[in-house]
Write a protein that binds this ligand. Sequence first.
Ligand code: NDP
Ligand code: 2IT
Length: 445
Amino acid sequence: MKVQQVIDGLKRRFPNEPEYIQAVREVLESIEDVYNAHPEFEKYNLIERLCIPDRIFSFRVTWVDDRGNVQTNMGYRVQHNNAIGPYKGGIRFHSSVNLSILKFLAFEQTFKNSLTTLPMGGGKGGSDFNPKGKSDAEIMRFCQAFIMELGKHIGPDTDVPAGDIGVGGREVGYMYGMYKKMACENTGTFTGKGLEFGGSLIRPEATGYGNIYFLMNMLKRKGINDLKDQVIAISGSGNVATYTAQKVLQLGGKVVTLSDSNGYIYDPDGIDEEKLNYVFELKNVYRGRIREYAEKYGCKYVEGGRPWGEKCTIALPSATQNELNGDDAEMLMKNGCIAVSEGANMPSTPEAIEVFLKHKILYAPGKAANAGGVATSGLEMTQNSMRLSWSREEVDQKLQSIMTGIHEACVKYGTEPDGYVNYVKGANIAGFMKVAKAMMAQGIL
Ligand code: NDP
Ligand code: 2IT
């Protein structure tokens, strides 16, 4: 396999899918040597079968807004690979959603899910529906219309969706409710459900907490055992960002930034527990903007900006893809940043990753660092199958040991001759090997 050849072929077939090509290239560059050391992989054309999704559903979603207008959106589900278990991955509602973005997410999800060690394949879905400014009734009608179509293709042992950008507990509740009604079953064909109907404790917190557990594993190898002296820049202010901030505070760190798609806040005094509670309320109850934080607490707000120019020792991008570029990475390095751990999927551009690796900082790619969310989804599936629910402590304990396991796998496959751990390489090789072996064992499909 020659990476450039595969990439050129994919570009020819999918010319308008830059995010998908970006995600594939990153993985292929990491696994090239390992792949080529296994001639049987090439013989069975594993690479193309792994890069191209098993199937994609796309459909029209029609719903009625509060003024009685009939609205139309696109809906999709990319079922990427089910070699190691049912397709599993979130649903994203955002105006930017298109097939390139969902294909990159489903591709990444396949390796991430493999890393968790749980039996889950990879998938992703979503819609270009923009939830901003919509009433609760509009959100419900949209979710119902969306699942009327998607519901035909999912099931507890075939494909299990969950949340992502724009899809949280409220949306999962509406989608699962309609799915259950259509399918006449109650087996938990969604994760991130409410606690009253099969949801798992710790699932809402899991992505953010898991990222910090992963970060602590990296820091411990450098002799750093808590976050007391760390100044932390976080982007985003949604599910992942807020629970990341909560765990940072529990471990004694100082969070100085949060953001949304309009801009970022910088609070040099630190976002403490009370201020963070306000952010939770602002985002989940009022569905307001992060600018309002600056108005309430009198700190700096930069419209249209990103937080990476502020001084910090650790950066945790937790908003969206390609939100941290090469220049941002250089600024972080200049300001003394020692670690970057990704809560979001593919938040750093290839140029940014190059800077991190050149400076040999601790850099954890999303597919390793944010795997705690889907891992806890896997634990929710287990609890649903057993018709049991585990305690907070039990789930949190399992989450911690899964994150430690992922860290160990990265160290095993990513340690370079000089001792530097290249977590990108480690995560990609570890994730790939399990999927590859499963595909080989199952024949040409
Ligand atoms: P939310 O919808 O809860 O929050 C998303 C946050 O990111 C919001 O603050 C949003 O701002 C901001 N954001 C979204 N799009 C953009 C954009 N184009 N530019 C700038 N800011 C943006 O989503 P999550 O917290 O769940 O997801 C955040 C990231 O984490 C995503 O990359 C997701 O794929 C990833 N992830 C999520 C997991 C989960 O369990 N939820 C698991 C693993 C990864 P605004 O409100 O203005 O849109
Ligand atoms: O990107 C992700 O891993 C998620 N959005 C969570 C997927 C899941 O099935 O919990």
